[in-house]
Design a protein around this ligand. Structure first.
Ligand SMILES: C[S@@+](CC[C@H](N)C(=O)[O-])C[C@H]1O[C@@H](n2cnc3c(N)ncnc32)[C@H](O)[C@@H]1O
Length: 202
């Protein structure tokens, strides 16, 4: 029952066909915007938004039950700098996010779709990468982590081969920021990489 209670932190754009000003949904729209794609149960969002109250955090998650539970987790923690969007990740980034509006993207433990015949369902591909690039600010960062090493290698190779991005030191979460899935897979090797969007002058 309680897991179905809606969160007040959910954002519902009035028009799903036009880019949306997500920054305008926060009390301080001028603050940096960071986006967690596939934010799941929200452990990372709740911890990171507490550590950085002057940064706005948007979680994008397609499962309503997770949007609500992560939103209520952040509400209970008193976070004013978190909002949740229930939406498919590629659609949200490609069609709803304003150009050069995002400081950091987090892409943690994306569904790996391990069977070869299901690889088409993977979210990370050339189109997704182009949408991330267009919506990142210059020097903005993309952080990736997953326990599924073949998917990690695929993402890492795509990013390394793309001269619009430059590899930087990987993002290492502190204990509180480790996502729910990272805790589940704590016994496994985790692939991590981070890339910076180059500026026009590079
Ligand atoms: C394996 S879980 C990881 C959740 C969280 N990032 C973590 O590390 O604990 C993947 C999450 O991404 C969501 N998801 C998968 N594909 C998605 C998509 N195309 N758009 C939005 N969310 C998606 C799933 O519903 C799920 O909550």
């Amino acid at each position: 029952m309680s897991s179905k209670k809606p969160t007040k932190l959910r954002v519902i754009p009035g028009n799903w066909l036009e880019p949306f000003d997500f920054a305008g949904c926060f009390p301080h729209p001028e603050n940096p915007l960071e986006v967690d794609i596939g934010s799941g149960k929200g452990r990372f969002l709740a911890a990171r938004s507490g550590k950085y109250p002057d940064v706005n955090f948007l979680g994008i998650e397609r499962m309503l039950v997770r949007v609500n539970s992560s939103g209520r987790l952040c509400e209970r923690a008193g976070r004013e700098n978190v909002r949740l969007l229930r939406m498919e990740g590629y659609y949200a980034v490609n069609y709803l996010m304003l150009p050069e509006s995002v400081d950091n993207y987090y892409f943690f433990f994306p569904d790996p779709w391990p069977k070869a015949r299901h690889h088409n369902n993977r979210l990370f591909n050339d189109l997704f990468m182009t949408a991330l690039h267009r919506t990142l600010k210059p020097n903005g960062l993309l952080h990736v982590a997953t326990d599924h090493l073949p998917y990690f290698e695929e993402i890492h190779e795509l990013l390394k081969a793309d001269n619009r991005f430059e590899e930087t030191d990987p993002f290492i979460p502190d204990d509180e920021e480790r996502t729910d899935f990272e805790l589940i897979f704590a016994h496994k090797k985790i692939g991590r990489c981070s890339f910076r969007k180059k500026t026009n002058r590079e």
